[in-house]
Design a protein around this ligand. Structure first.
Ligand code: FES
Length: 145
């Protein structure tokens, strides 16, 4: 159980970042422990960025990109989805629960859905212990990229 999770959300400016903004405008509140980091396209995100968030002590990370067929860079969201799937395996290999990392897809108009996603993810991460990286404990195998 983790009552004070640190969560990073990498949000595409073209969809999820705008959806998060809309959630705020709609007064759909989501946990302030979700720190939103805007990215031009989830497909441009290197694995090192995601792993770096864990290394910096995030308990959970979610990547939020455009809906299928709506990525401004054609298939960036699909590449991101594959990358997240591979990184989940990597987390498992180093002893972190793979559910600490997730990929979601939303449109800029889905403010309410963004709020739901954030709440669901916070609940998921709260149910896990704090990240061993956050506690400063060694993780088996390290986090080599
Ligand atoms: Fe949004 Fe590619 S432009 S995921």
């Amino acid at each position: 159980m983790n009552t004070d999770p640190r969560i990073i959300s990498f949000c595409c400016y073209n969809c999820a970042y705008a959806a998060a903004d809309l959630a705020g405008a709609m007064r759909v509140s989501y946990d302030p422990r979700v720190t939103i980091v805007g990215v031009p396209c989830t497909g441009a995100m290197e694995a090192v960025v995601v792993l770096g968030a864990f290394e910096e002590g995030a308990d959970g990370v979610f990547v939020a990109g455009c809906l299928d067929g709506e990525c401004h860079y054609k298939e960036g969201n699909l590449r991101a989805r594959e990358r997240v799937a591979r990184l989940r395996e990597r987390l498992s290999e180093v002893g972190l629960e793979p559910e600490r990392l997730e990929m979601y897809q939303v449109s800029a108009a889905m403010g309410a859905r963004f709020g739901e996603i954030a709440a669901e993810f916070v609940d998921r991460i709260k149910a896990l212990p704090p990240s061993p990286l956050r506690r400063g404990a060694a993780v088996k195998g390290g986090m080599s990229r």
